[in-house]
Design a protein around this ligand. Structure first.
Ligand code: SAH
Ligand code: SF4
Length: 392
């Protein structure tokens, strides 16, 4: 494992006051340029520099007139978040802890695979849902990430692997995006949709919707819109086959029970046998891992073009669950396979850097809470605000 703590960048008050162009839609970019007295076609050129070339320095945008480059420099930035920590696992998994201007942090993970690699992007700081097996659900700070913050997680990964200009074939190292980091993307639909539209734009980052997978815990009312407007692949965190068990481990099930969730999957636009919904299923010992569960899983997903992703539970300090025995996971997987389904077991990656969702942030959160406890003990008032949102 190799780990670097990035030094805090020298604070540049004027730079931090200038609006960031990253994360603006094409129309917003046109408006930003209009505010400098520039014609709309300049936005196309600028878009190319920002998202195709990945350029952050206006001075290097050589197809723009010199006076425009100076004006851009005076009024805007094209900034990435600060990387507060970067770690690379011995298996090649790389993880960044990113700090946004308000001090909030989120994590992004790169997962290399044989012939491609995926960037796992966060959609919120923390999560308002409280799935019992998930460490993110225990975190206090919650806010939605802005479109810029979502897009720039991907851009940080591209910076790190030098994959600029945007490759035509979707990328050498980084070909796919999964929204499986911290947070529930469908609770932050507008920002996620705006970010994905920027990422999919063919004249910029240009990652095809077929290479993007959004994972949801089952926010039924937003699923259709996601399929219609974005057309990305869908992954559903199912994790249980009865409402009784799912209510217990995923409280969102009380609002959108399994039957409704399965109907929303059946209605998800654009699904076919070539384009299946992935059902994620975390293997919890004695809770959801019997062959009877596997049989029921086949029954409830009937009629849905489905594939399964079995995830060995990644234990975290204080969690109430154990990972299923390896033998049981194999039997579960073999049964689904015999029924004609793809059901790979997702091998744990980046264990040595705690690359599972929520854990790098948790490390730093723990340090923050320790500092807070020390301050309270010393009688110093707590100035760190928590802004929890209503849970479902
Ligand atoms: N909120 C979204 C996306 C982020 S979670 C969702 O729930 O789908 C990404 C995946 O990791 C989900 O399937 C989630 O259930 C799973 N997960 C969370 N904690 C885990 C743990 N401790 N071990 C294994 N998988 C976990
Ligand atoms: Fe939130 Fe997903 Fe974790 Fe549930 S599994 S708490 S929805 S991040």
């Amino acid at each position: 494992m190799n780990s670097t703590i990035a030094p805090e960048k020298a604070s540049d008050a004027t730079a931090s006051e200038r609006p960031n162009l990253i994360g603006l839609s094409r129309q917003e970019l046109i408006e930003a340029l209009a505010s400098l007295g520039e014609k709309p076609f300049r936005a196309k050129q600028l878009w190319h520099w920002l998202y195709h070339q990945g350029e952050t320095d206006f001075a290097k945008m050589t197809t723009l007139a010199k006076d425009l480059r100076v004006k851009l420099q005076d009024h805007f930035v094209a900034q990435r978040p600060t990387i507060t920590r970067e770690q690379t696992s011995s298996d090649g998994t790389r993880k960044w802890l990113l700090k946004f201007p308000d001090g909030n942090e989120a994590e992004t993970v790169y997962i290399p695979e044989e012939d491609r690699g995926s960037v796992c992007v966060s959609s919120q700081v923390g999560c308002t849902l409280t799935c019992k097996f998930c460490h993110t659900g225990t975190q206090l700070l919650v806010r939605n990430l802005m479109a810029a913050e979502i897009v720039s997680q991907f851009m940080v990964a591209r910076d790190s692997y030098g994959e600029w200009p945007s490759p035509m074939d979707g990328g050498r190292m980084i070909s796919n995006i999964v929204l499986m980091g911290m947070g529930e993307p469908l609770f932050n639909y507008d920002n996620v949709a705006k970010a994905l539209k920027i990422i999919m734009d063919g004249e910029g980052i240009s990652v095809s919707k077929r290479r993007i997978t959004l994972s949801t815990s089952g926010v039924v009312p937003e699923m259709k819109r996601c399929g219609e407007e974005l057309g990305v692949n869908l992954a559903v965190s199912l994790h249980a086959v009865t409402d009784e068990v799912r209510d217990r481990i995923m409280p969102i099930n009380k609002k959108y029970p399994i039957k409704e969730l399965m109907q929303a999957c059946r209605d998800y636009p654009g699904m076919s046998n070539a384009r299946r919904i992935t059902f994620e299923y975390v293997m919890l010992k004695g809770i959801n891992d019997s062959l009877a569960d596997a049989r029921e899983l086949i029954r409830i997903t009937k009629g849905i073009p489905a594939k399964f992703n079995l995830i060995p539970f990644n234990k975290w300090p204080g969690s109430d669950f154990e990972c299923s025995d390896w033998d049981d996971i194999r039997k579960f997987s073999d049964f689904l396979f015999e029924q004609g389904y793809s059901a790979p077991i997702r091998m744990p990656r980046g264990r040595d850097i705690l690359a599972a969702c929520g854990q790098l942030k948790s490390d730093s959160e723990r340090a923050r809470l320790t500092r807070m406890a020390e301050r309270i003990k010393a009688g110093i008032p707590d100035d760190e605000h928590h802004k929890p949102q209503p849970a479902v």
